[in-house]
Design a protein around this ligand. Structure first.
Ligand SMILES: Cc1cc2nc3c(=O)[nH]c(=O)nc-3n(C[C@H](O)[C@H](O)[C@H](O)COP(=O)(O)O)c2cc1C
Length: 307
């Protein structure tokens, strides 16, 4: 049975994953936190937390709220900064057989380019995921991803700054995600991941004020799956770069829906908070489905539901 997928076919070195299951950025730390819980090296790739030029503390507490079939988060860009990541995390990753993709965030085009440039050539880093889709910060982040021109501007700058394979993470908080997808593909994206969280809020009625310290946050989990799935379906029709589908994937059936909609790979996020082994369970479920259905190569079912 062939599970491997090439998610950067246009890139000179490519980015070959042993299987299509990745972790979603921000929900799996730096991978190191989970390595004692299960064999994370069996995954297709680990995507780490959003990384900025300087370390950041993130947004005020409270930053998490449970919602029906999902959760709201307003973590912001809490992270150790790119230099510490290179010094402390990359050497650990260099010893892993699973590729690690670093999620890159920035307030300006220049910051995206600088962070991406610093990651270029660092052992242990196989690719970057450019996060132009974070809803939880006041400047930068999602602002770039809501508009095709500004999204392309970021990717053009990142493309110049690094020779690493580039995946671009899109936001659903835009009027037409397909236009942004086409723009970033033309600007040099090797792959596209979608979706990031949907903007939302909750109110503490006793206190008569917003529950999250940041007022609004990003909705994730099963509640957003149908939205994410449809966006993957739409984007797959207009770009010829591989897609990583993300949003509410909890089990193998969810992942298979995304693959059949046109995703070459999937990312598992919020599900890991209730079941840390969720990404591996998803992988094993895909393997079982393929075995039961006599599917020899995962490519046989990528985009099979497109019509
Ligand atoms: C607590 C939390 C932190 C997140 N941090 C990031 C991040 O740093 N960068 C990013 O691109 N996406 C981030 N995301 C978005 C997820 O990677 C994913 O796109 C989204 O949660 C939808 O997938 P899910 O429903 O499987 O969680 C975060 C999500 C959560 C819940």
């Amino acid at each position: 049975m062939k599970l491997s997928v090439q998610i950067a076919p246009k890139h000179t070195k490519g980015l070959l994953l042993a299987n299509p299951v990745m972790t979603a950025s921000g929900t799996f730390g730096y991978g190191t936190e989970y390595s004692h819980m299960f064999d994370i090296e069996r995954l297709g790739a680990v995507v780490c937390k959003g990384t900025t030029l300087e370390p950041r503390e993130g947004n005020p507490q409270p930053r998490l709220a449970e919602t029906p079939s999902g959760m709201l988060n307003s973590i912001g860009w809490q992270n150790i900064g790119v230099r510490t990541l290179i010094e402390e995390k990359a050497p650990i990753w260099a010893g892993w057989k699973v590729p690690v993709i670093v999620n890159v965030a920035g307030e300006t085009v220049d910051e995206y380019a600088k962070v991406s440039g610093l990651l270029d050539g660092v052992a242990g880093i196989s690719g970057i995921e450019v996060n132009i889709s974070c809803p939880n910060v006041k400047s930068g982040g999602a602002e770039f991803g809501t508009n095709p021109d500004s999204a392309a501007e970021v990717i053009t700058a990142v493309r110049k700054a690094t020779s690493l394979p580039i995946m671009v993470k899109l936001t659903p908080n835009t009027s037409d995600i397909t236009r942004v997808a086409v723009a970033v593909a033309e600007a040099g994206a090797d792959a596209i991941s979608l979706i990031n969280t949907l903007r939302g809020m909750a109110i503490e009625i006793d206190q008569r004020r917003p529950l999250l310290g940041n007022v609004f946050g990003g909705l994730s989990g099963p509640a957003i799956k149908p939205v994410a799935l449809y966006m993957v379906y739409q984007v797959a029709r207009v770009v010829d770069v591989p897609i990583a589908g993300c949003g509410g994937i909890t089990n193998a059936n969810d992942a298979l829906e995304f693959i059949m909609a046109g995703a070459s790979a999937v990312q598992v996020g919020t599900a890991g908070f209730t079941n840390p082994r969720a990404p591996l369970d998803v992988l094993e479920g895909i393997e079982k489905f393929m075995e039961d259905e006599g599917i020899k190569d995962i490519s046989e079912i990528i985009g099979v539901a497109q019509r």
